[in-house]
Ligand binder design. Structure first.
Ligand SMILES: Nc1ncnc2c1ncn2[C@@H]1O[C@H](COP(=O)(O)OP(=O)(O)OP(=O)(O)O)[C@@H](O)[C@H]1O
Length: 348
């Protein structure tokens, strides 16, 4: 197995005089991997990034970068490219001069740094803007400069702290693809901090979820979404209907909306569970089917119906319980169907 680029071992850091920080962090960032760290505000994402970057020094544990123990090394010596939410660019310098700056502080000759900076200007899609001053650029263009500046000195890894949160929605989506493609092209490992779970799911090779300073699940995006380790992760990642249930047998679970068929599972009868149903698994039916024996179909009344362009998000009330669904269909509905594969069981 190839050596991980960044390896965090049993890392603990508490802010002086507080009980907040990050606890028991174990994480490996493979070469070329983009790992997104998500979590609620205050869960410790930025603190984790600061520990990797060297802006805080953990009380215990190790930060290894390409096999070297850099736990207490100064930030500069770690050779990591960092992009923050606020771009922190030099307003009085041009695009290429901003990008060339890290090369200047590293003692690269003037001719070489101009050549490298101009190559990077093109790589981040700013050809034609080389001589422009920073204040004449849009937010997205400034973010490209920040990315170029973080990559120009061929860092060991890239640390991105909410790099897109200052951009408007459309540009944010465009820049996701852009950052991803530049990161892949460069073959560089990246730790991407974001509070935007959609951004994390769409960009990352793996997603790490933080809660109260701890990593609670690390897995590929699809696995985190389809098989969240806990109820709180299910609620945090994507939209979720979470209802209480009691296991009846290996295929059935009793819930407030009625008996739900599930795929075969091994929990013993009477176990209390949390039932997770994602909105896309709530299928609207225009009529209540008359035939008997129809499983997982429930008569409902629609209490809210939101038009979101390509889809509708609706609230269907079934026996006093609201189940949110999403559909591209435009027709009315009298019942919902929840396929058994769409019924996930989590510990309660
Ligand atoms: N310098 C500091 N001194 C004391 N406590 C701090 C300091 N910086 C952050 N904290 C606390 O540490 C916890 C984690 O903060 P951190 O900034 O890492 O969270 P975050 O997940 O990045 O949040 P956000 O999404 O809001 O940026 C919070 O409770 C915060 O109040």
């Amino acid at each position: 197995m190839t050596q991980p680029t960044v390896q965090l071992k049993d890392l603990n850091f508490t802010y002086p005089g507080t009980t907040t920080g990050i606890f028991d962090i174990n994480l490996e960032l493979a070469q070329g991997e983009l790992l997104a760290v998500i979590g609620a505000s205050g869960s410790g994402k930025t603190t984790l990034l600061k520990a990797v970057a060297g802006f805080v020094t953990p009380q215990t544990g190790k930060v290894m970068i390409n096999g070297q123990d850099l736990t207490t090394a100064r930030p500069r010596l770690r050779n990591l490219g960092v992009v923050f939410q606020s771009y922190a660019l030099f307003p009085n310098l041009s695009v290429w001069q901003n990008i060339a700056y890290p090369l200047k502080v590293r003692g690269v000759t003037a001719a070489q740094r101009k050549e490298k900076a101009i190559q990077m200007v093109e790589r981040v899609g700013l050809k034609g803007f080389t001589e422009r001053r920073i204040h004449t650029l849009s937010g997205g263009q400034q973010q490209r400069v920040a990315l170029g500046r973080a990559l120009v000195f061929e860092p060991q890894a890239l640390l991105l702290d909410e790099p897109l949160s200052a951009l408007d929605a459309g540009l944010r989506v465009e820049m996701r693809d852009e950052i991803r493609s530049i990161q892949k092209q460069q073959g560089i490992a990246a730790l991407h901090i974001t509070h935007d779970q959609e951004e994390a799911l769409s960009m990352a090779d793996r997603v790490a979820i933080m809660e109260k300073g701890r990593l609670v699940q690390i897995a590929p995006p699809k696995e985190v979404y389809d098989h969240p380790a806990t109820k709180s992760i299910a609620a945090f990642v994507g939209q979720a209907n979470l209802i209480d249930g009691v296991i009846k047998n290996e295929n059935l679970v009793e819930t407030p909306i009625g008996t739900l068929k599930t795929v075969a599972q091994k929990r013993p009868p009477q176990s209390k569970v949390c039932v997770l149903i994602r909105p896309e698994n709530v299928i609207p039916l225009p009529e209540i089917p008359t035939e008997k024996g129809r499983e997982n179909i429930f008569a409902c009344s629609v209490t809210n119906d939101r038009f979101l362009g390509s889809i509708r998000r609706f609230d269907a009330e079934v026996k006093g319980q609201v189940i949110t669904g999403e559909t591209a269909r435009r027709t009315g509905m009298k019942a919902i169907k929840i396929p058994e594969e769409g019924v996930q069981l989590l510990d309660n």
